[in-house]
Design a protein. Structure first.
Length: 750
């Protein structure tokens, strides 16, 4: 690479002053006049000659700059010549820079200039074509100043960077061509001045929320700035409590923003009024009002509010007076419509209960006056403490069509009040409930049922139909089921102890035979007349000397334990009666006797077995209320005669109780204990200790009979009957019954 050092008159010459001295352009007589085609290196040489500057450049690289055409007949001063040279170099992609550590200007490519230009220049030296400058901010932040300087810097090659932020001010580096750097320095000098005092003011809002008003003001200011081209100095922000807005601006803009808030925070007043439609359902009228009266689109008023009061069938509406006029006219038109136009027919499909049962309930409500179309009420006037006459009733007042209201509300022209006709009791065989029809005063409600589809058909005024629809939501619900398991247990325990001794002695004296005996029926006599032991149970012993004496001993103890278990199971829907009978009918004869003939005929039957009647009612918690009637009976012996039924014992439990869900509890029982002791003895001698035991026969009996009733209730609430399916699977598996489901078996696929 070849560099050229150019000085006035010679190729290389020492500088007349040291680097860093104050530069003074040499005085020349007249200006330089340039005309025609001039090579860029030649122009650079001329500038170095005139200003006596040291400049280094690559001649081969600078040849690419070519020539420049100049028509400068008026002539240029030395300073203007240097500025022209720098502009031409920059236009050709080159620039003069002062490289750190070098005493001459260097001509480099413009793309390499940002990395070579020194950030410090010697005082008094002419500015290089591309240079860097470091300044310190005094009043504004470095970010704010660099953002402003970037607007006048070159898009490519120029840079404004914050080197450091500190308490003494930000340090900023500017790198660009000399004219751009000068513009940025002038702009920063104009901006970096002490800030004006900021005005902060809180203004309460009355008709809008603070967020709505702040958004509206921001939209207005944006349109104003777009039209005028002058940006508003300040901002309106909502307060945290929502009841005011804050003005943050300079003092000059405070009056404008204050007036803007005052002019925009104005809306029509609103009133809260209660309406009671006479014939149509409140929720249907509410839908119509929402569609016909409520403002829509982007200007929806948040103060508009419509509440449907299902308890009283009324509407509570908060709106402006103009909107209330529309609502009043709409309700008046609905209530003054002819009766034929407001008697639609609707069908309700009953899914969980018999339709005749629902019809019966509705008929009772109509007969008792609960379902009635005429619910008109009247209320008007002003609230206590209200001054002046308002065309609208105050908050809390109720008015309905037919109510005279003062002021701007149009008063109704008069509508006939429908007459509630008495309804005769329905026939038990009819499926239609109809009031006595009068063409002038048609019945309020007509009910009919289609049992084939379990559908209720109703014709009447919309208000009644809406009441029916609301009632069906609570009446037509699927009831949970209850699996009731009744366990009837009979327990019996008995014990018998028999212990006895028989003595017998015979003798002969002077042809007189004598016999002395203590007999208790323990033995019998043989063919020879001797006393022997019978075939009785237990321990038996005989001591026998035929013709002289006999002794019989018998001891027997009997223990009996019995257990009878009956466990019926019933599935029943909530509030439904369930019965189970498992009985045995025992027939008996009837005898009719007369003086001539006696006839025997069938006298009837006597039942014995298990009879159960249950009615559960599921409560809110994990328990249910149960009405139960449980009876267990059995025949306890043979009939005394053919004309009489056999004796029968019956145990019965009947009551109403609350049972926990899923637990087995005892609901009743009977326990009977009996004890008996019998002694057969020979008087007198039986009282002698020890010896007296040989003249006794003891019999002791103890018995205990118990009867218990247990009930376990499992409430089945699963909507897809998974709990019932599980219980059924357990029962079918225990009974080895095929449930009908196919068995999936693996198959080998080759």
């Amino acid at each position: 690479m070849r560099f050229h050092w150019i000085m006035f008159g010679v190729l290389l010459c020492p500088l007349p002053r040291a680097f860093g001295g104050v530069w003074q352009p040499e005085s020349h007589s007249g200006a330089v006049a340039l005309t025609g085609q001039v090579d860029v290196p030649r122009l650079l040489d001329l500038s170095a000659q005139r200003l006596r500057l040291n400049i280094e450049y690559d001649a081969n690289a600078l040849k690419a700059a070519g020539q420049v055409t100049l028509r400068l007949d008026a002539g240029l001063s030395d300073t203007e010549l240097w500025d022209l040279t720098n502009r031409v170099l920059i236009a050709r992609g080159f620039a003069t820079v002062r490289v750190q550590g070098k005493s001459a200007y260097s001509v480099v490519k413009l793309a390499d200039a940002p990395g070579l230009a020194a950030a410090v220049e010697a005082p008094g030296e002419p500015a290089a074509g591309f240079r860097s400058a470091v300044i310190r901010a005094k009043h504004r932040t470095g970010k704010e100043l660099t953002e402003a300087a970037a607007k006048v810097m070159s898009k490519s090659g120029g840079a404004a960077v914050v080197l450091r932020e500190g308490p003494e001010g930000a340090l900023i580096l500017l790198s660009d061509t000399s004219p751009r750097v000068d513009q940025a320095l002038n702009l920063i000098a104009a901006i970096d001045v002490p800030a004006e005092r900021v005005h902060v003011e809180e203004i309460p809002v009355r008709n809008y929320s603070s967020q709505q008003l702040a958004t509206l003001i921001a939209q207005v200011n944006a349109k104003r700035d777009l039209v005028s081209g002058d940006k508003t100095s300040g901002e309106v922000i909502p307060s945290p409590d929502g009841g005011s807005v804050l003005l943050v601006c300079d003092p000059r803009s405070a009056a404008y923003l204050r007036d803007l808030v005052s002019s925009l925070d104005q809306r029509d007043r609103v009133e809260t009024v209660t309406y009671s439609p006479r014939h149509f359902a409140a929720k249907e009228v509410a839908k119509l009002i929402e569609a016909a009266v409520k403002p829509g689109g982007s200007n929806v008023e948040e103060r508009w509010k419509l509440v449907t009061d299902d308890l009283t069938g009324s509407l509570i509406i908060t709106a402006s007076p103009a909107q209330h006029e529309q609502i009043w006219a709409l309700i008046e038109r609905l209530d003054s419509s002819p009766s034929q136009a407001r008697r639609p027919v609707r069908s309700f499909t009953i899914r969980n209960r018999p339709v005749r049962e629902i019809q019966s309930i509705l008929e009772q409500l109509v007969q008792s006056g609960v379902l009635a179309a005429d619910t008109s009420t009247s209320a008007s006037g002003t609230a206590p403490g209200t001054t002046g006459v308002s065309p609208w009733p105050p908050l809390g007042n109720v008015f309905a069509p037919g109510t005279a209201l003062p002021g701007a509300i149009p008063q109704p022209t008069g509508s006939a009040t429908p007459t509630v006709l008495s309804t005769p009791p329905p026939s038990p065989t009819t499926t239609t409930f109809v009031q006595q029809y009068d063409r002038r005063n048609p019945p309020e409600l007509v009910l009919s049922t289609d049992e084939g589809t379990n559908t209720l058909i109703a014709m009447g005024e919309p208000r009644l139909l809406s009441q029916i629809e609301t009632l069906l939501q609570s009446l037509d619900v699927r009831q949970a089921q209850v699996m009731l398991e009744v366990l009837i247990v009979s327990l019996s325990d008995s014990q018998t102890l028999d212990l006895g001794v028989e003595l017998e002695a015979t003798g002969m004296t002077d042809d007189v035979r004598s016999r002395i005996a203590s007999l208790f029926g323990l033995g019998t006599r043989d063919s020879a007349g001797n006393r022997i032991a019978g075939d009785g149970l237990g321990l038996t012993g005989v001591v026998l000397n035929p013709g002289d004496f006999s002794i019989i001993l018998r001891a027997l103890q009997t223990l009996n334990r019995g257990r009878s278990l009956s466990m019926p199971r019933l599935l029943v829907t909530n509030n439904q009666q369930a019965t189970l009978d498992s009985v045995l009918e025992q027939p008996f004869a009837s005898t009719n006797a007369s003086n001539t003939v006696t006839t025997t005929s069938f006298g009837g039957t006597k039942p014995a077995g298990t009879q159960i009647a249950l009615k559960p009612q599921i409560a809110e918690g994990d328990h249910l209320l149960l009405d139960y009637n449980i009876s267990l009976s059995a025949f306890v012996g043979a009939a005394a005669s053919a004309a009489l039924p056999p004796p029968r014992q019956e145990n019965k439990v009947q009551s109403a109780a609350s049972l926990p869900d899923g637990h087995t509890v005892v609901v009743g029982g009977i326990e009977l204990n009996s004890e008996g002791k019998a002694v057969n003895q020979v008087p007198g001698i039986a009282r002698i200790p020890l010896i007296g035991e040989l003249f006794k026969n003891r019999s002791n009996t103890n018995s205990r009979n118990r009867f218990y009733v247990f009930i376990r209730a499992n409430i089945l609430r699963h909507r897809s009957f998974e709990d019932l399916k599980y219980l059924s699977e357990v029962a079918t598996a225990a009974a080895k019954v095929d449930d009908g489901w196919p068995v999936v078996e693996p198959r080998i696929i080759k």
